[in-house]
Design a binder for this molecule. Structure first.
Ligand code: HQG
Length: 190
């Protein structure tokens, strides 16, 4: 079956939901590295009223602009690369030295709290940081009126904070204290 962009996007969102957040809603088991058995995923989705098959899953994995999902070499298993909230999953990522600056897109209504507490991972397992302003702006828009924060990532690293790089090139860290956060000139992103 050929899927149009809307169908691909819709299935991608569903896969994010079950592989990052709520696998139990379809009786799916994830291991601590996030892997799920694809036959079980297909069966669980079927019970949930969604007829999907391996070719549809592969189409989503291959076309995902952010490369959100990975398949095992034998195509038996799938996982979300990052962004989990489910406590079953405790993925580890390789540590890496970050570039001088990274960006974090958020909504203006969170600014006061972030200035006070710094960035926290919240429900997810890490704070997610972007390499470029465009991506960070898009992330911020998901939450409301966007604002982009500049993170002095290399300086943080030099001060002993660990950074991790996921397979799809999202930078991750546990928390960002306020002293490493600058607000960007909004005219640059509007
Ligand atoms: C905010 C998407 C108040 C934080 C994106 C964010 C990303 C605080 C929200 C990935 C705070 C959490 C993750 C504090 C942080 N006070 N608010 N102290 N610290 N926040 O969705 O980074 O498309 O969990 O700024 O591309 O928006 O799904 O994180 O606004 O990479 O693949 O709390 O999700 O990837 O929101 O998004 P989220 P995020 P996908």
């Amino acid at each position: 079956m050929t899927m149009d962009p809307t169908q691909l996007d819709e299935l991608s969102r569903y896969l994010s939901y079950v592989l990052r957040h709520e696998p139990q809603t379809i009786g799916l088991q994830l291991d601590k590295d996030g892997w799920a058995d694809i036959d079980s995923l297909i069966a669980g989705a079927g019970r949930d009223g969604r007829a999907i098959d391996l070719s549809m899953i592969r189409a989503v994995v291959e076309t995902s602009p952010k490369k959100r999902f990975a398949l095992s070499d034998d195509f038996q298993r799938i996982r979300a690369v990052q962004g989990h909230t489910t406590s079953t999953v405790q993925r580890t990522y390789p540590e890496a030295i970050p570039p001088d600056l990274l960006y974090h897109g958020t909504a203006t209504r969170f600014l006061a709290s972030i200035r006070e507490q710094g960035l926290k991972a919240g429900l997810r397992h890490h704070v997610h940081l972007s390499l470029d302003l465009t991506t960070a702006t898009a992330v911020g828009k998901r939450h409301g009126k966007p604002v982009v924060l500049v993170i002095r990532a290399l300086r943080m690293h030099q001060n002993g904070f660990k950074f991790f790089l996921s397979e799809n090139n999202v930078w991750l860290t546990n928390a960002v204290p306020p002293e490493f956060i600058d607000t960007i000139d909004q005219s640059l992103i509007e």
